[in-house]
Design a protein around this ligand. Structure first.
Ligand SMILES: Nc1ncnc2c1ncn2[C@@H]1O[C@H](COP(=O)(O)OP(=O)(O)O)[C@@H](O)[C@H]1O
Ligand SMILES: [Mg+2]
Length: 366
């Protein structure tokens, strides 16, 4: 997986940018707010079809401009591809190899990216939402079916929520028949989401345990696992469990005006030597656990896709001590890598590194 060119027009802080990265390690160095993350964000766009920083395309359009353009040339599974985004206030157009696509899901699988930012290091401490995002960002890329189920589930969830809120506003009971219908829909979609998340975490956990052993010199045993909001037995029927949970919580949902149970409230559990790292781990252990999980994502992507993903490291090196930095860069050895930093300090000894200076709305190779 290689990004061979990036072109931006009226995107975020950029008027016009043409960027030809190297196949190995690209270091983008510049002051705060120079526009480094904006570049990584644009490269990441095709991976899941939207920005990792916002749901609103409008924010990506340079202030004062009517629309933005992002064009990415890449080599995926040996083939040259071009993905283009034309973002306008009223909507977006996405083209693959010059042809408009109808659903953004058609993008999935063309470019695989693993993004690593400082927030990922606080994954253990953060809210469940961040940990769901951690699972979903990779699952959406690995399993197109997951991408579709998740967006359909979220749409159904919004509809059920609207029904519940409307009933509260009107002071009347919601239509039970409508609720039955939404429950069935959530059950069907949510069941798939839960099974895919469980399988993903099972695979990832084995990898993460080995990585954590390596980083900690074999001292600690890491165990990461899927923690569904609605538990279901191994080999048991996930749909029955979910449908019953929705039904049992219906009165509470009606009272509170939202859906209290379901995979939109899932979490990941992380144990170190059988103790919850979130509660008992030191800050160092928590960060190492997070790093192990992230590195396993790279390994999983590589083995599933038969090709190394593009690695985006946003301001993360300065957050790690020297050994952890080594560990990360070793895991990235065969990935094309885009790394942002505010200085080159500590990067001097890296091989195959091409440095780009980010300033004054442009990138200059130095
Ligand atoms: N839609 C936009 N239009 C114009 N400028 C923007 C837009 N979105 C973000 N910016 C600018 O981009 C800069 C931040 O870029 P970013 O890539 O996050 O910086 P950093 O180099 O710190 O990673 C800020 O100066 C911000 O004002
Ligand atoms: Mg940044």
């Amino acid at each position: 997986m290689l990004v061979t060119g990036l072109r931006l027009h009226s995107y975020r802080s950029y008027d016009e940018l043409r960027f030809q990265p190297s196949e190995k390690l690209n270091v983008i160095v510049g002051a705060n707010a120079a526009g480094k993350t904006n570049v990584l964000e644009a490269i990441h766009l095709p991976a899941v079809g939207r920005s990792f920083r916002t749901r609103r395309d409008q924010e990506l359009i340079k202030l004062g401009s009517a629309g933005a353009y992002v064009g990415i040339d890449l080599i995926s599974r040996g083939a040259r591809r071009r993905i283009e985004f034309k973002l306008r206030e009223g909507g977006r157009q996405v083209l693959v190899d010059g042809e408009p696509i109808r659903r953004s899901g058609e993008l999935i699988g063309i470019l695989n990216c693993v993004l690593f930012s400082p927030e990922d290091l606080s994954l253990v401490k953060d809210s469940p939402e961040e940990r769901r995002r951690f699972m979903d960002m990779e699952l959406c890329q690995l399993r197109p079916v997951f991408y579709y189920r998740l967006s359909q589930y979220n749409a159904a969830l919004r509809q059920r929520g609207a029904l519940l809120r409307r009933a509260i506003e009107e002071g009347a009971a919601p239509d039970e028949g409508m609720l039955d219908m939404w429950d069935d829909r959530l059950t069907e979609l949510g069941g798939d989401i839960m099974l895919l998340r469980r399988d993903f975490m099972d695979e990832l956990s084995t990898l993460a345990r080995d990585v954590n052993k390596r980083i900690t010199g074999g001292r600690e045993e890491l165990f990461a696992f899927y923690k569904p909001n609605v538990p279901f037995p191994d080999g048991g029927d996930v749909r029955t469990a979910l449908n019953e949970a929705l039904f049992r919580s219906r009165q509470e949902d009606i009272r509170r005006g939202f859906t209290t149970r379901g995979p939109h409230r899932d979490d990941i559990g992380i144990l170190l030597d059988e103790h919850d790292v979130r509660v008992y781990g030191s800050q160092g252990q928590q960060r190492t656990a997070a790093l192990s999980l992230k590195l396993s994502e790279i390994a999983l992507m590589r083995s599933e896709k038969g090709e190394a993903p593009v690695l985006l490291l946003d301001d993360v090196l300065s957050e790690l001590d020297h050994d952890r930095q080594r560990e990360l860069l070793t895991s990235a050895f065969d990935c094309q890598c885009f790394l942002t930093a505010t200085s080159l300090e500590g990067l001097e000894e890296l091989d195959d590194m091409t440095v780009f200076e980010c300033a004054d709305g442009t990138l200059t190779r130095v």
